[in-house]
Design a protein. Structure first.
Length: 601
């Protein structure tokens, strides 16, 4: 059993809480701008002093509504300033935040309401409120952000004495429950992960004490656009807040590029699919400009990857680039890399990626462009990142080393196990699941991995996703799926074969790339993916991606057949989670006929 531990360089006292940073900021630097808040069509600065005042006023409103210490308060909203304000206010009142994705279906919301026994719910829109009609008896009140929930709570709390709030704050402890974060439910009904103030502080201070935290200081900007209901975005946002950075919020992925240009963030947090879209968008734009521009982009991409591959894990060049490569790089920087950096705002120093596997080729591409992506790994149960690649210590293709105070080990069966202050307290009212997940202070992740001699962790698959063919061959689908998805035309790939005689795959085509592909291959502009799913040219293109993935595995693990599905997976259709993870059980049921057809043939 291989194990690696990182030293702790910070302390957490008994009375330390994550909400304490709100009042520390106001006391130490009252005029520091912590947020850029969208109000109507205008963006307004919010100082530390102003934010602390808002948090206190809203917290008193919650108290006026009967919220007691330990009560659960549901927060159902897309990412916006009010989300962060309400989160801190709930914690200041001594209560527990229960975040819910704004895209959740009614039955998901109801399950969380019932399981958490929430006393109050704050949601973003009137549509969300309609989901809760006839809600459980424990829910005493519902407020809508778009209808002025903030103002209502402030008015409700106007008569609550400051001493009452101070008593709540003074009564908080590091080991008190801060949040119930429900798992995304890719493998079944969501479970409530109990995260304490200590868990969040361990994550925040672990990030800040690592070299990746060097960018986090007053005056630096971060644009938060991932769902704050996801623990990764929330924890990184908390770290940025404690560091005194200025944050803005945005939730519309379709218009995020315009916000990069407006806000000019120094740091961007995203999931792999976001960066795949940025790369694919640049590729599409180049090819729409004609054959020459398309060829220039392909050359620039190869050059960026070659350049990055010269860099070793300390950030320097393992082998100095040749004069020819330096000349090629300078030309590509002017024609391709510089405009791409400008599309990310022009000031972005680096990007953090989590929530799924980042294809190594994509990591090399962005590092070569001059915007390194630092990939990390963690779970809701580990309060987001446990291991992270950081400036000065990077191995692309791995998820880095543990953050300070954390340790990782690989069990005899290959399962990744984690320990440290970030590991959760257990599952809400589910002792059986808690006992299965925690053993002697170690969290069994369900993921399979490898740990090298330097403590860099690589994810090789998911224990529950491991396929065992009829011939007894164990196949981990994740690495092959990642490889296939790196093809510009392919959006998603699901490898199938558990209990089957051979391995197959379900493939979805990227809608935007499909439009460019049709034009380049002389296909009718009106043709749909369904029209061309059996087209020889399209299948040849997909087969190239399949062949590339097959080159990394043995013959017994190779994909023998594939099916091109008529449409892409989506969150709206229930095939993806809010963080764009694939729900395998849903897809297996929904496309059972397509799977059976591959084996019948």
């Amino acid at each position: 059993m291989r194990e690696f531990a990182a030293a702790t360089t910070f302390t957490i006292a008994e009375h330390d809480t994550i909400v304490g940073s709100v009042y520390n900021q106001a006391e130490q630097a009252p005029r520091r701008v912590l947020f850029s808040r969208l109000t109507g069509e205008r963006w307004l600065d919010v100082t530390a002093e102003e934010f602390a005042g808002l948090v206190s006023a809203v917290a008193k409103g919650l108290i006026a509504n009967g919220i007691q210490r330990g009560d659960r308060v549901v927060l159902l909203s897309a990412t916006r300033f009010e989300w962060t304000l309400l989160d801190f206010a709930i914690l200041a009142a001594g209560a527990v935040t229960v975040p819910v994705y704004d895209s959740s279906a009614a039955d998901q919301v109801w399950w969380i309401l019932e399981d958490s026994a929430a006393a109050l719910a704050v949601m973003e829109t009137a549509r969300h409120k309609e989901l809760l009609e006839g809600a459980p008896d424990t829910l005493r009140r519902m407020l809508v952000i778009d209808d002025g929930a903030e103002a209502v709570l402030i008015a409700d709390g106007a008569s609550v004495p400051d001493e009452v709030l101070r008593e709540r704050l003074d009564g908080l402890r590091a080991d008190d429950l801060a949040s119930l974060v429900y798992t995304s439910g890719t493998t079944g009904r969501p479970k409530g992960c109990m995260l304490t103030h200590r868990n969040f502080l361990s994550e925040v201070r672990g990030i800040r004490s690592a070299s990746i935290g060097d960018v986090a200081y007053p005056g630096q900007r971060m644009l938060t656009f991932l769902p704050l209901a996801h623990v990764l975005a929330r924890a990184v946002s908390m770290a940025a807040f404690e560091a005194g950075m200025t944050q803005a919020h945005w939730s519309d992925f379709k218009t995020i590029t315009a916000q990069f240009t407006r806000f000019r963030p120094h740091t961007i947090l995203g999931v792999p699919r976001v960066f795949e879209k940025v790369r694919d968008g640049a590729n599409k734009k180049a090819h729409e400009g004609g054959e020459v521009k398309g060829a220039v982009f392909r050359f620039a991409e190869r050059t960026a990857i070659r350049w990055s591959e010269k860099v070793d894990h300390t950030g320097g060049f393992a082998h100095r680039p040749s004069p020819l490569l330096r000349l090629q790089y300078a030309l590509c920087d002017r024609l391709v890399y510089s405009p791409l950096r400008a599309a990310l705002g022009g000031d972005c120093e680096f990007v953090i990626s989590g929530g799924g596997a980042l294809a190594p080729r994509l990591g090399h591409f962005f590092r070569g462009v001059g915007v390194p992506i630092y990939e990390g790994y963690g779970l809701t149960e580990s309060t987001a990142a446990h291991c992270v690649n950081v400036p000065g210590s990077v191995k692309i293709g791995t998820v880095g080393q543990p953050l300070g105070g954390n340790a990782v080990r690989i069990a005899d069966d290959g399962e990744i196990e984690l320990s440290g202050g970030v590991v959760f307290a257990g599952y809400w009212h589910n002792e059986q699941a808690t006992t299965a997940a925690l053993h002697d202070g170690w969290l069994r992740t369900g993921d399979l991995g490898e740990l090298d001699e330097d403590g860099f962790l690589s994810i090789t698959g998911r224990k529950k996703d491991l396929l065992v063919t009829a011939g007894g061959k164990n196949v981990s689908p994740g690495p092959m799926e990642d490889r296939i998805r790196s093809h510009a035309l392919i959006s998603q790939a699901i490898v199938v074969g558990d209990g089957r005689p051979f391995i197959t795959a379900l493939i979805t085509v990227d809608p935007e790339a499909f439009t460019a592909w049709k034009a380049a291959n002389g296909k009718p502009a009106t043709a749909t993916i369904a029209d061309l799913s059996s087209d020889p040219a399209l299948r040849t293109e997909v087969q190239q991606a399949i062949d590339d993935a097959n080159s990394t595995v043995s013959h017994a693990e190779a994909i023998k057949k594939f099916a091109v599905l008529d449409s892409d997976f989506s969150e709206e259709s229930g095939e993806l989670t809010a963080t764009l993870k694939v729900k395998r059980h849903v897809i297996a049921e929904r496309f059972a006929d397509a799977i059976e057809k591959m084996y019948r043939g």
